[in-house]
Design a protein around this ligand. Structure first.
Ligand SMILES: [Zn+2]
Ligand SMILES: [Zn+2]
Length: 226
């Protein structure tokens, strides 16, 4: 895979300049160190640049963490954290959008339904606390050894519910095919007991661990690096 060194270098320099203007002196080292950990990751650099350009709520704070909450069809829902605030950020390769703060939740119904959540409650059940949000690993969008959705390494089992997991009964997408309902003989999966039952059935059948072939097509050749 080719990485465009000139483009990443230019982007890095641009962000360094933004940081100098956007962040008070005592936070600049923190901001620069964080930036340096993503120096080869065009996707993350784009996110960081947008953060410093936008400075949500005009707060002048260093960005210290990027968490990956959701991913579907090349659209990522991230959580961008400073030491004091946490912002939802929706992005694809074309651009990004700040959706507001963690505390206020996701109010946009289109965003929720895009990621297959019927309502905000359901979203909150999956993303219960900031601490449990999975940190975005530098280069993970380019690293084929890591599941792009749940972050498990090749050979490991996905987090149950990960959209990349392959169904052992039909070979389709486990969270999209009907097998889970058929296996449990239910119309929908809502209670914990049924979920545990599904997990047991899956284990008996044999869950399919993550392998690079399961990666969604957006991560192959074109589109991966620009
Ligand atoms: Zn996964
Ligand atoms: Zn199936």
């Amino acid at each position: 895979m080719l990485i465009d060194n000139d483009a990443t270098k230019k982007l890095l320099e641009e962000i360094e300049i933004l940081i100098r203007y956007a962040v008070p002196e005592e936070e600049q080292a923190v901001a620069s160190n964080f930036l340096a950990s993503f120096q080869e990751d065009m996707f993350a650099l784009g996110v960081i640049k947008d953060y410093y350009q936008t400075l949500p709520d005009a707060r002048e704070e260093a960005l210290v963490k990027i968490s990956a909450l959701e991913e579907k069809e090349q659209v990522f829902l991230l959580l961008l954290s400073t030491s004091a605030h946490h912002y939802y950020y929706l992005t694809n390769d074309e651009g990004g959008l700040f959706l507001g703060e963690w505390d206020k939740g996701i109010v946009d119904g289109h965003v929720l339904s895009f990621f297959d959540y019927p309502d905000e409650e359901a979203f909150k059940k999956t993303h219960t606390s900031i601490k449990e949000c999975r940190e975005y690993v530098p280069l993970e969008r380019l690293n084929e050894e890591i599941c792009p959705s749940c972050g498990i390494k090749a050979g490991g089992l996905h987090t149950l519910g990960c959209p990349v997991e392959v169904c052992p009964w039909c070979g389709g997408q486990l969270n999209h095919c009907n097998c889970r309902f058929e296996q449990l003989d239910v119309e929908e999966l809502t209670d914990e007991k049924k979920l545990t039952e599904l997990e047991e059935k899956l284990e008996k059948k044999g869950r399919i661990p993550y392998a690079r072939e399961q990666r969604p097509s957006f991560l192959t050749e074109e589109g991966a690096v620009k």
